[in-house]
Design a binder for this molecule. Structure first.
Ligand code: FES
Length: 130
């Protein structure tokens, strides 16, 4: 079960919301640094990092609390993302280039987006041989 599904189930069990309809899923495309396009499905409000977890090499991250900028992606087709929060907007000015979003912050709210991933996790990067 996803974090959002668990949250909805807990809220429903606590009577804080009516039995929620399943959250909608969205389709988007993540293009790897090697240029391979992967269409992925993500639940509503997932981040781009969360949406990449089904890939063999997910989007690389560098911090647990969204301040390093390592997860920046180029926006190739600007569809389906919520606007940047105040925190992301501040970080984008400091850590990213124009046309980028921070994948650990950017939330998916619709389909059709296309994003160029700059760096992914791999066994080699995790054990320090690349
Ligand atoms: S992983 Fe550090 S800002 Fe996204």
């Amino acid at each position: 079960m996803t974090p959002w599904g668990l949250r909805n189930k807990l809220k429903s069990a606590l009577g804080r919301s009516p039995a929620a309809a399943p959250s909608p899923s969205h389709r988007l495309t993540l293009v790897t640094p090697e240029g391979v396009a992967h269409e992925v499905t993500a639940e509503d409000r997932y981040t781009l990092v969360m949406s990449s977890q089904s890939l063999e090499h997910p989007i690389a991250t560098g911090c647990p609390d969204g301040h390093c900028g390592k997860c920046a992606v180029d926006v190739l087709e600007d569809r389906g993302l919520a606007g940047p929060t105040e925190a992301e907007a501040k970080l984008l000015k400091e850590k990213a280039k124009p046309g980028q979003r921070l994948a650990c912050h950017a939330r998916i709210v619709g389909s059709g987006g296309r994003f160029q991933v700059k760096e992914t996790w791999s066994i080699e990067s995790l054990i320090g041989t690349s």
